[in-house]
Ligand binder design. Structure first.
Ligand code: RP5
Length: 173
């Protein structure tokens, strides 16, 4: 039987899904059950309202909203639920994602959205942030968060020779 999703990832278009791969992978790596939906705040507002009500009833604890252009999806999610909402601004238009970034972070007081970086870096961090929030009440996830941090901390490379083999040529230019 499938696990009840703890994290709901909602994006505005199927065209957003490739950028969200890193988010899904991070959640999988932490062993966190998630579900994904394509529901636009602009194009399908009633479906979005219905979905949030259903997801809350099913036990979803954190919502992640991802959208490009005038990215109102995370903000609308935060208007529909009292649970934590993480917003991923996507680079989908002429402004390189700055439009979506401003839409995500400039929420009015009382309707919080935790904004992460534009694009795939933000998608991964949305997964990490969701894990850290869930870790507050779930020791198993807290252990995996600490294991990830410990592993990441082993990757420092003090006093390397950047001319040596192993440094990509493009990076040396
Ligand atoms: C936003 O508009 C979506 O999140 C997407 O990033 C952008 C473009 O959507 P499509 O035209 O690809 O459906 O609502």
């Amino acid at each position: 039987m499938a696990l009840t999703p703890k994290v709901a990832v909602v994006c505005g278009s199927r065209s957003d899904l490739p950028t969200l791969r890193g988010c899904f992978d991070v959640l999988d790596a932490y062993g966190i059950a998630w579900e994904a939906s394509v529901i636009s705040a602009h194009r399908q507002p009633e479906a979005l309202r219905r979905y949030v009500t259903e997801a809350e009833g099913a036990g979803v604890r954190i919502f992640i909203g991802a959208a490009g252009l005038a990215a109102h999806l995370p903000g609308v999610l935060a208007s529909l639920t009292g649970r934590p909402v993480i917003g991923i601004p996507l680079d989908g238009g002429a402004l390189g994602g700055a439009d979506a970034l401003y839409s995500v972070v400039q929420m009015p007081p009382g309707v919080p959205v935790a904004g992460v970086a534009i694009g795939s870096a933000g998608a991964k961090n949305a997964g990490h942030l969701a894990a850290r929030i869930l870790a507050l009440g779930e020791p198993g996830i807290a252990e995996r968060v600490e294991a990830f941090r410990a592993e990441q901390a082993t990757k420092a490379e003090p006093r390397i020779d950047p001319r040596a083999d192993g440094v990509p040529a493009a990076a040396r230019r």
